[in-house]
Design a protein around this ligand. Structure first.
Ligand SMILES: Nc1ncnc2c1ncn2[C@@H]1O[C@H](COP(=O)(O)OP(=O)(O)OP(=O)(O)O)[C@@H](O)[C@H]1O
Length: 305
């Protein structure tokens, strides 16, 4: 695997008291869709700024494409920021043109790339309109067009689906997969666990400025949790089953709903539940170990805490 980005023992703090990146090391390989997850304040945006060269770490090494970052590596990296970076008095076309010029594109190549980027996000027909008239989802898509106009080898997406309608969200996710299929490496920062599970090949979980784990999605899930969940809907309120529930690991109860923690692939426990609750089971759902459980186990936090 060729390494696209390598960070080694990066330390960064805004002021001397509190380290925000704490000896963080991470490695992103060519053509991966690498999901970066962490609770609020974990340091994801700060790491992104350090990766983009906007903030300089106090110590540690970082390399893009096996080189110390320089003008030519900078041109190979695209960034779609969380905050919309659009110029509202210009048309959609002029916005993308502006970013294309910033990245050094000129002449016919510039025009071709602007068209490619607008078509890619499905906004070619709206190119003459000003983004102030766009919906939230359309603005996000235009933001993406501005970030991909120079055909970068790597694109960092920071929370690209926040506040968008389901249709635009699907379009953005499909677009990300498509970009990856044509060979682009994607770094994907998101709060939505199900999006990460849907699109990412690799995942890194960080907290308090440190990378807690990284690997393929399957490795991270299988190596860090054995815990599956069984959701039961019972005939009566959970309090009516206190004796039966005593022998299980109860995660939560609400009305007649009960969540039990069980070891994955434990067939015995399933038969035992069926025996203990019998016909009182209205519905039964087995939830295999997932990223959310790993995240909770490692950070002791829910993603939105
Ligand atoms: N410009 C700044 N000056 C001082 N402290 C900052 C600055 N930007 C961020 N911080 C602090 O650095 C820490 C990490 O913030 P950062 O925004 O990198 O986290 P994050 O993981 O991106 O969080 P979120 O998911 O909420 O966007 C936080 O404690 C934050 O308060």
């Amino acid at each position: 695997m060729r390494t696209v980005f390598a960070g080694d023992s990066i330390n960064f703090s805004y002021d001397t008291k509190k380290p925000v990146l704490n000896g963080l090391s991470l490695s992103i390989g060519d053509k991966q869709i690498y999901g970066l997850l962490g609770p609020n304040g974990a340091g994801k945006s700060t790491l992104t700024k350090v990766m983009l060269g906007l903030d300089k770490p106090q110590s540690g090494k970082l390399q893009w494409f096996n080189e110390i970052p320089n003008r030519s590596t900078n041109k190979r990296v695209g960034y779609v920021p969380q905050d919309l970076a659009l110029i509202y008095d210009l048309s959609a076309y002029e916005n993308v043109l502006f970013f294309g010029k910033l990245y050094g594109l000129k002449g016919e190549r510039l025009k071709k790339q602007v068209r490619y980027a607008l078509e890619f996000v499905g906004l070619w027909d709206e190119r003459k309109q000003k983004p102030k008239k766009f919906s939230g989802g359309m603005k996000r898509r235009l933001n993406i067009a501005c970030g991909i106009v120079h055909n970068p080898d790597v694109i960092i997406f920071d929370e690209p689906t926040v506040g968008v309608d389901p249709q635009s969200r699907n379009r953005i996710l499909e677009g990300i997969i498509e970009l990856n299929q044509i060979g682009t490496t994607i770094i994907y920062i998101s709060h939505y666990m199900e999006e990460i599970e849907k699109v990412c090949s690799h995942v890194g979980i960080m907290d308090k400025g440190e990378l807690l784990v990284e690997g393929t999605l399957n490795e991270v899930i299988s190596q860090h949790t054995d815990q599956a969940v069984i959701k039961l809907e019972l005939q009566k309120r959970a309090s009516a089953y206190t004796t039966q529930l005593e022998k299980y690991q109860v995660i939560s109860t609400e009305g007649n709903l009960v969540e039990l923690g069980v070891l994955k692939n434990d067939v015995g426990v399933i038969s035992s539940i069926k025996e203990d609750f019998g016909d009182d089971i209205k519905s039964f759902q087995y939830i295999a170990p997932n990223l959310e459980q790993v995240f909770f186990k490692l950070t002791k936090k829910n993603l939105r805490d």
